[in-house]
Design a protein around this ligand. Sequence first.
Ligand code: GUE
Length: 286
Amino acid sequence: MSNVELIDGKQIASDIREELKGRVQELKEEGRVPGISVVLVGDNPASQTYVNMKDKAAEEIGIYSDKKEVSDDISEQELLGIIDDLNNDDEIDGILVQLPLPDHIDEHKVIESIDPAKDVDGFHPVNTGRLFSGQQDKLRFDPCTPKGIIELIERQGIDIEGKDAVILGRSNIVGKPVAHLLIEKNATITICHSRTDDLAGKASSADILVAAVGRPEFVTEDMVKEGACVIDVGINRVDGELVGDVDFEAVKEKAGPITPVPGGVGPMTIAMLMHNTVKAREHHGV
Ligand SMILES: Nc1nc(=O)c2c([nH]1)NC[C@@H]1CN(c3ccc(C(=O)N[C@@H](CCC(=O)O)C(=O)O)cc3)C=[N+]21
């Protein structure tokens, strides 16, 4: 008999999409269909996969979804022009520019050109600033993967308050924002990275361990405390297979609740993108 407590991200994401359907129905009755536009620069096959998953989720929930596919030699000015059009398009509530962008385009400049009220990725400095300063009273879009992690933990029935959370990775899209969200939930935070001394020692002190380092099976058994909640944010392709940042087989018996890859954090990212888009429409023009 297995004593593994799997956190079923696929199921939880499906529950969230179901909840969103009701909110979209109410908006539709007022003639206010939520709309998202995804801007895809170049033809990276992995990006295509994500964009297709977003399309499918939007369709299921009843969100209008539009795609702008442009060549990877597009100039920065042209790209900024597309975003300006979307900022001024009343049918569009959410704008997502798929990252990464080609080297000749300044990612920060592009993100800052998005209307913060349409920034469903939660990457604009207005939104990250409101997260950083704990402003929950203002319209704020939290980044999808970090917000999805919080939802996974809470919907699994795990209390965050007072817990020691250790985050492996300090990226702007996962490590830093998830730290702020966990602080907001009254956890105590340690962020570890490539220069951290005794990373294994720190990781193994965690009640909640978030692995977002982008290295396949980086987290081994000795880095996990007995019964700890383990959240695997990794999506590494190894020999055509999807592998997380956690050595799942080695860790699953020692850990408490643990997310699989695939079927953990990934589906939650898309569900939270849909959540942000519905929220954007609910606030749009009111
Ligand atoms: N502006 C921007 N926003 C993003 O949110 C964004 C981005 N750029 N660039 C790329 C990354 C990656 N990303 C994923 C979303 C869902 C899954 C997902 O659902 N994964 C499935 C598996 C899918 C598969 O089999 O490939 C799972 O983990 O179960 C993965 C990765 C969003 N990203």
